[in-house]
Write a protein that binds this ligand. Structure first.
Ligand SMILES: [Zn+2]
Length: 389
């Protein structure tokens, strides 16, 4: 009896060991599977190149189209954190993912005639249909094939656009400058992107109202109660208000409203002092010459950021254009008191290229009026934006 009993307990023991082993193997497999799925999820949630708001104390970029560059900001992130997108409209009716952003390895280039280049494209999420559509605003200056090979034809400037076929709202632009025999780029012959054709038409309908700007004792220019800082009207060197508190508060409301739609809009650059702008501008002049620098960077005293009423959001470069955040901002910023200050196709009026990331606080009533007029602030107020020298 005792030996039989012992045999039985040994078998039971063996069975238990096997059962324990199986459970351990299953557990290990589950942990490995979990780890893999959370890794790949993280990659999707944090697309390459996107600035993480919580790490955005120092924003650097070498994009030479960037008007608002490298700035140390001490602004805390205005949205809670870079959040997992819960935007369910980011899918097609059949359940597949929609393209949400396009990033390129460069957004402007200079080519000699006959030269070819190709930017690398990152469309996200990579589970979407990643079919690209390439177009040139002027094929006599540069052509582009279906793969994105750009070939310079003759001297001039044009724009190459890559659009998501799956989600045409999302696109990116490359400014292509083709040099002539002397290495010069003809600046007067700029072909605007095809998408701004509508805006170009509006150029002809500029406001004819002329209002005399009022300079008060502090050397500040107010028109209809709006503080102006543009190429015509500057600010005194000692005007140093910091970021306006109402502007900041309203921006936080705007960011929260966007977050409620599953969008992530954060403050990338706010107030800039005269001295900071002076340093930025002079660096650009050293690198690109004054004529070029003036097209994308403000001279000290002429930056709207010195008013404390302007904010740059998210990635301060052309990759922001066409993102869901940019589209939302264009349609809703006025509801929170902001306007897109430098709209597309209005460069000759505002003095600056299209900046979908730069918003200016006017208060809800004024911003809504300007928005409904379809005019730039310059047109709305009947003022110009041109350096006097
Ligand atoms: Zn700006």
């Amino acid at each position: 009896m005792s030996s039989k009993k012992k045999k039985v307990s040994q078998q039971t023991y063996k069975r238990r060991r096997i059962t324990a082993l199986v459970i351990m193997i299953v557990l290990v497999a589950m942990i490995v599977a979990l780890a893999i799925s959370s890794c790949s999820k993280k990659e999707n949630d944090n697309p390459k190149g996107k600035t993480n708001p919580s790490n955005s104390d120092v924003i650097t970029t070498d994009n030479n189209d960037n008007p608002d560059i490298t700035i140390n900001t001490t602004n805390p992130p205005v949205t809670s954190a870079p959040t997992v997108s819960t935007d369910f409209s980011a899918t097609n009716p059949d359940g597949s993912d929609k393209v949400q952003s396009i990033e390129l390895t460069f957004y402007s280039c200079e080519l000699e005639m006959g030269e070819t280049t190709m930017p690398y494209v990152t469309m996200l999420p990579d589970t979407a249909d990643l079919t690209e559509k390439w177009e040139s605003s002027d094929e006599s200056i540069a052509t582009v094939d279906w793969l994105g090979n750009i070939t310079a034809v003759k001297a001039g400037v044009c724009y190459i656009t890559v659009t998501s076929v799956d989600n045409p709202m999302v696109y990116a632009e490359i400014k292509v400058s083709v040099k002539d025999e002397n290495g010069m780029i003809p600046s007067s012959q700029t072909s605007e992107p095809a998408t701004s054709a509508q805006n170009q038409e509006n150029l002809n309908q500029t406001s004819t109202t002329t209002i005399t700007p009022v300079n008060n004792n502090d050397g500040l220019t107010y028109v209809q109660g709006i503080l102006i800082a543009n190429k015509t009207y500057g600010l005194p060197e000692d005007y140093d208000p910091g970021l306006d508190s109402e502007t900041e508060t309203q921006f936080n409301v705007l960011a929260q409203a966007a977050a409620n739609e599953g969008l992530d809009i954060w403050l990338a650059s706010g107030y800039r002092s005269y001295d900071t702008q002076n340093r930025i501008y002079n660096n650009y002049v050293d690198s690109y010459g004054q004529a070029s620098a003036d097209t994308f960077s403000a001279r000290a005293g002429h930056s709207e950021h010195q008013t404390g009423l302007a904010i740059d959001v998210n990635s301060i470069d052309d990759s922001f254009a066409g993102t869901p955040e940019a589209v939302w901002l264009e349609n809703h910023a006025h509801e929170y008191g902001f306007i897109i200050r430098y709209p597309k196709g209005k460069e000759s009026i505002t003095g600056y290229k299209y900046e979908p990331w730069h918003i200016r606080y006017l208060g809800v009533d004024k911003a809504t009026e300007v928005y409904n007029s379809g005019l730039t602030l310059e047109e709305f107020l009947g003022i110009d934006s041109v350096y006097q020298d």
